[in-house]
Write a protein that binds this ligand. Structure first.
Ligand code: ADP
Ligand code: ADP
Length: 225
């Protein structure tokens, strides 16, 4: 079952074609890493898939429907930003519950679901803290819990570990791998770090200057001659 289908996607900023004729498919339960150097268009592609930017051409179909022009909250997409984008004035719990309330879930149910998701990422005991009191790794987990709480069919992560030190990055790589295996969702991960792609993804798409240049199973793409 194909969970995400992107066809012939283009996005220009003035003279810069940030995304050039990108097509990709992602089945449910699979993780795809979009790997490429800084400035090659990874974040732009992710933002277009999430509905935060409009493409100039092409289609985006999460869940089989054409949602190219649907607003972000109608896409069944969970998004983890590179800088986490947490609300500093809200508690950890309210950061996670906020999106659930916006989707119409009543307060007590939103808080119950938020608690459950925080437990899932190992932050159950920190629910009452302000996010500004947390370490980088803990903030990363809050962002992950916030994206997962509405049970998205597609999880998008923009350089999820790049703001963390190497030791924590390696811990979180194994945690994320376990978490992805438990989720019945498609995961699209953007990274410039080959180790991250290798550790977390089933398939990898290499991106250069706006275009995908190679796509395939991790073992194939990284195999040495
Ligand atoms: P990556 O995520 O791979 O680092 P980006 O998607 O951020 O790459 O950027 C791809 C290209 O598009 C770059 O040349 C960048 O300067 C340009 N770009 C990205 N966002 C904007 C924007 N909002 N306005 C103008 N140019 C942009
Ligand atoms: P990380 O390596 O996870 O980014 P740090 O090295 O900054 O975290 O912090 C290590 C520990 O110190 C964390 O487990 C966290 O609980 C605690 N900590 C870090 N910053 C703060 C803070 N501003 N307030 C309270 N506790 C903090």
């Amino acid at each position: 079952e194909v969970q995400l289908s992107v066809q012939g996607l283009w996005k220009r900023y003035g003279a810069v074609a940030a995304v050039q004729d990108v097509s990709l498919q992602l089945p449910l339960g699979q993780t795809l890493a979009l790997l490429g150097p800084s400035g090659c268009g990874k974040s732009t592609l992710l933002r277009v898939i999430a509905g935060l930017e409009r493409p100039d051409a092409g289609t985006v179909r999460p869940g089989g429907q054409d949602l190219t022009h649907a607003p972000p909250e109608q896409r069944g997409v969970g998004l983890v930003f590179q800088d986490y984008a947490l609300f500093p004035h809200l508690s950890v719990l309210d950061n996670v519950a906020y999106g659930l309330r916006r989707r119409g879930l009543p307060g007590p149910q939103a808080r119950a679901r938020a608690h459950e998701t925080l437990e899932q990422v190992g932050l159950g005991t920190l629910a009452g803290r302000r996010t500004t009191e947390l370490s980088g790794g803990q903030q990363q987990r809050v962002a992950l819990a916030r994206a997962l709480a509405p049970q998205p069919q597609l999880l998008l992560l923009d350089e999820p570990l790049s703001n963390l030190d190497e030791q924590l990055r390696s811990t979180l790589r194994s945690e994320l791998r376990e978490l992805f295996a438990q989720l019945n969702t498609a995961v699209l991960l953007v990274t410039h770090d080959q180790r991250e792609a290798q550790a977390l993804a089933d398939t990898v798409a290499l991106m250069r200057a706006g275009a995908l240049v190679q796509t395939g199973p991790v073992a194939e793409v990284f195999e040495r001659p």
